[in-house]
Design a protein around this ligand. Structure first.
Ligand code: 3PY
Ligand code: MG
Length: 255
């Protein structure tokens, strides 16, 4: 993905809302379907999905050829996870469990080259077009990759102001499922306690001028959060969408 496409993506969020989906698949065809449908981004899931780094590079290619921005959700806040995803050409990294400013700062540190951070330097990687891209252009462009910080626990909510203040975070993403667990209502993402915390995050983010994202199970829930100002919305998961479609077929023909 070019810096221009990343810039357009950011402008699209500012102007309205970017729509995407989580991907557990290891098959690029499924990712291409999402891209061809007009999805703005796919979150390639290395936290809860089975894909290897070898498979990940093909999923990133599938995003690129179908027009969806490849965002990789890494398995944790480590230099290895973040650096490898970006080296393979991710246009952004999504970081689970950002609970305080130190976690947010580490994510930025590992995702950006100097002066923004201290990401491990190699230009013989896919993101640098295997050394064919001008090296200085590569290091400059690479620092434009998006950083999405997941706030998904009460600790993160308590530390919102300090997380918001860390330079380099592009989107604060509310993870409703982990948030529901930290509120003692595991899985009940529409529980008033969860909704209350989500609304609080959205209000605080608006006051701080921070872009917010979230996950929803349904389009209907997505519309509700969009109307409240959420600008990066991941609707469901590839396997969930496929399951629902299959269930509809079976129900329709056996009822
Ligand atoms: C969560 O809800 O906890 C997520 O990480 C995104 O679905
Ligand atoms: Mg989560």
């Amino acid at each position: 993905m070019t810096p221009t496409q990343i810039q357009q993506f950011k402008e699209q969020m500012d102007a309205g809302c970017a729509v995407g989906i989580f991907m557990k698949t290891v098959d690029g065809a499924i990712v291409e379907c999402a891209g061809r449908s007009g999805m703005d981004f796919c979150i390639l899931d290395m936290e809860h999905g089975p894909v290897s780094y070898e498979g990940l590079q093909d999923l990133i290619r599938a995003c690129e050829c179908s027009g969806a921005l490849p965002i990789v959700r890494v398995a944790g806040i480590t230099e290895e996870y973040i650096g490898k995803a970006l080296d393979l050409g991710a246009a952004g990294v999504q970081i689970p469990q950002v609970n305080d400013k130190n976690a947010a700062a580490r994510a930025v540190e590992y995702a950006k080259f100097y002066p923004g951070g201290s990401r491990g330097v190699c230009r013989y990687v896919r993101a640098a077009e295997y050394s064919s891209k001008d090296r200085y252009e590569y290091f400059r462009d690479a620092n434009k990759a998006s950083i999405v910080a997941q706030v998904e626990g009460l600790e993160g909510v308590r530390n919102l102001d300090e997380i918001f203040a860390v330079p380099g975070i592009d989107v604060v993403f509310i993870g409703p499922y982990d948030l529901s667990q930290s509120l003692g209502v595991t899985g009940d993402v529409l529980h008033p306690k969860v909704v209350e915390q989500m609304e609080l995050i959205i209000q605080k983010a608006a006051a701080a001028g921070v872009t917010v994202g979230t996950f929803v199970d349904t389009v209907e829930d997505g519309v509700r959060w969009k109307n409240l100002g959420v600008k990066y919305i991941a609707v469901s998961v590839d396997v969930g969408v496929f399951y629902t479609a299959c269930k509809g077929i079976v129900t329709g023909l056996t009822a």
